[in-house]
Design a protein around this ligand. Sequence first.
Ligand SMILES: C[S@@+](CC[C@H](N)C(=O)[O-])C[C@H]1O[C@@H](n2cnc3c(N)ncnc32)[C@H](O)[C@@H]1O
Length: 290
Amino acid sequence: MNTTPAIAPSGPNADQIDYWNGDAGERWARYQDKLDAMLQPFSGAVLDLAAVKPGERILDIGCGCGATTFDAAARAGATGRALGVDISAPMVARAKARAEALGSSAEFTLADAATHDFGADRFDLFVSRFGIMFFAEPAAAFAHMKKALAPSGRLAFVCWRPMKENGWVSVPFFAALPHLPPQEPPVPGAPGPFAFADPERFRGILKEAGYRDIEIDPFDATLSLGRGEDPVGAALEQTLEIGPLSRALKELPDDTKTRAAEAVREELARHVTGGEVRLGGAVWLVSARA
Ligand SMILES: C[S@@+](CC[C@H](N)C(=O)[O-])C[C@H]1O[C@@H](n2cnc3c(N)ncnc32)[C@H](O)[C@@H]1O
């Protein structure tokens, strides 16, 4: 698979362009089917919130491997249009291959949504499943994107609530913690999965970017981290490869990783129900108008 960034890591989001074109993007592309199965409740929720109508033109921001773009394209129908935009070459490559395999009309473009010139394109709707929390300058990014939104346009996003409310991340992370070197406390609001954990911060950013009628509501779902013959093994593998724990373990010696993995395995085994490892996911559903 391609590991070379196909867009240069430049501008305010250079670090994220670098990150999502390296191991992280490769792993998301490799685990696409498992992650989509796990995150499906949130695609459904955000597209229901968006109330897509046939014929609408939709932009999926930070579309990754395209799950939400495909759903949006299906809902918009033959007269509509769904375009996914993402900075990750391996994930966009996966999305394009899936579009062909699925016979979907969804289109994909490799670009930084915060700076990309959408030209004469105008969209009725912006959607995103966890693709909007990584901008270094979020108010400027949302203001820039607003230029591509029709005057009557709207947005529907889903983003994570704080890590402590998200058992699927916090349970494995805190099980591993005694085996990790002291961890730097996360910088509140820094680009990353929990950048918009504080809904009032996100509301302020969208307001500053010129959006109105901003609504932010909590939504909870039970997530399946592992299933099949060895649900705990499957959940452990995914947890060690994707997300905050994988980042914390990255540079550590192998014996430390092994001890941490054992502690995580024991903890995950406590959360098996109905043949699956099930843990909670907690998000904000966000809507606004141009
Ligand atoms: C957590 S993943 C979510 C992917 C996908 N929406 C999903 O739910 O499977 C975050 C995505 O945002 C993308 N992303 C981050 N910053 C971006 C930017 N400035 N412009 C476009 N995409 C961006 C990443 O490359 C990555 O694919």
